[in-house]
Ligand binder design. Structure first.
Ligand code: MEV
Length: 305
């Protein structure tokens, strides 16, 4: 018996970290996927060729992305031995949602393996549970986008709205050093415990930015997006999740012509996103000198089983 499923990575356009405090966020699935293939086996074997991982899950120490595999198996599999092959087109820890894409793809493949039907809402909820149990704190944003695909607005009541917008000219760049999402989320919580009114004010302002950006996207008027990204970046910096290198990437993108640029994802390392009307090639080329940049291509497809 074989079962295969894949799910896309994501880029957050507006609202990371604030989304953990119930604020809205906007994110898009991008055309880099994680594919999981499950097969019968006489032993539990996990292989991830792109990471050089090949081990029998009873015998190997876990950690990092493998914790998501173990947790999903513990929650949604009956314990029988499986061969698990994972192909990743997303750098781990890049802020592009590799763990969420892996978790969603694995749950999709497990459902196929066990002959279970599942609604997207249910898949996203189960994947979110895995992220929560592994990370301690997580919003449902990453797992929602990986499940549904497309451009997603998550409102403050956690309703998911997939919407259309003409959105081109985005560049994503990542560095080699990755950020630790759980650590970054904990850092913001710690800052908030010391300065509750200040940090709540920051989150309220991020909410206004996200709502304004959502209105701009819905009316197909992307012009304000650049400024809104720059303001959002200033607030991410205020939350303490930027680094010298992320700031250098953000400013290099602007120097090369981007109308706006900001961290995408948890920060501490990982990736930035830049809005570059008419200059995406130039910005990607400039960022590629020191980092890895690509023009963002969105994926309408979420989980494919
Ligand atoms: C991580 O991709 C996004 C954060 O907002 C955390 C979360 O939403 O769980 C930093």
């Amino acid at each position: 018996m074989k079962s295969r499923a894949s799910a896309p990575a994501k880029a957050i356009l507006f609202g990371e970290h604030a989304v953990v405090y119930g604020k809205p966020a906007i994110a898009a699935a991008i055309d880099r996927r994680v594919t999981v293939t499950l097969g019968d086996s006489s032993e539990n074997r996990v292989t991830i060729p792109s990471l050089g991982v090949d081990f029998r899950s009873e015998s190997n120490p876990q950690g990092g992305i493998l914790d998501y595999v173990s947790k999903a198996l513990q929650l949604y599999h009956d314990g029988s031995p499986l061969s698990i092959q994972i192909e990743m087109e997303i750098p781990v820890g890049s802020g592009l949602g590799s763990s969420a894409a892996l978790t969603v793809a694995l749950i999709g493949a497990l459902d196929g393996y066990h002959g279970r039907e599942s609604e997207p809402g249910d898949t996203a909820a189960r994947a979110h549970r895995v992220e929560l149990e592994v990370q301690g704190a997580a919003s449902p944003l990453d797992t929602t986008v990986s499940t549904y695909g497309g451009l997603v607005y998550l409102d403050s009541q956690r309703n998911v709205e997939k919407f259309d917008a003409r959105l081109h000219d985005l560049v994503i760049a990542h560095m080699d050093h990755s950020g630790d999402t759980a650590e970054m989320v904990a850092g913001v919580a710690e800052l908030r415990s010391r300065f509750p009114a200040v940090v709540d004010g920051i989150m309220d302002t991020v909410e206004m930015i996200t709502l304004r950006a959502y209105r701009a996207l819905l009316s197909n008027n992307p012009e304000p997006l650049g400024d809104l990204m720059n303001i959002n970046q200033g607030l991410l910096d205020a939350m303490g999740v930027s680094t010298l290198e992320l700031s250098m990437m953000v400013y290099e993108a602007r120097r090369a012509g981007a109308a706006g640029s900001k961290i995408t994802g948890a920060g501490g390392g990982g990736s930035i996103i830049a809005y570059c009307p008419g200059c995406a090639e130039d910005v990607a080329e400039a960022l590629n000198r020191d980092w890895n940049a690509m023009k963002a291509r969105f994926s309408e497809e979420g989980l494919i089983r």
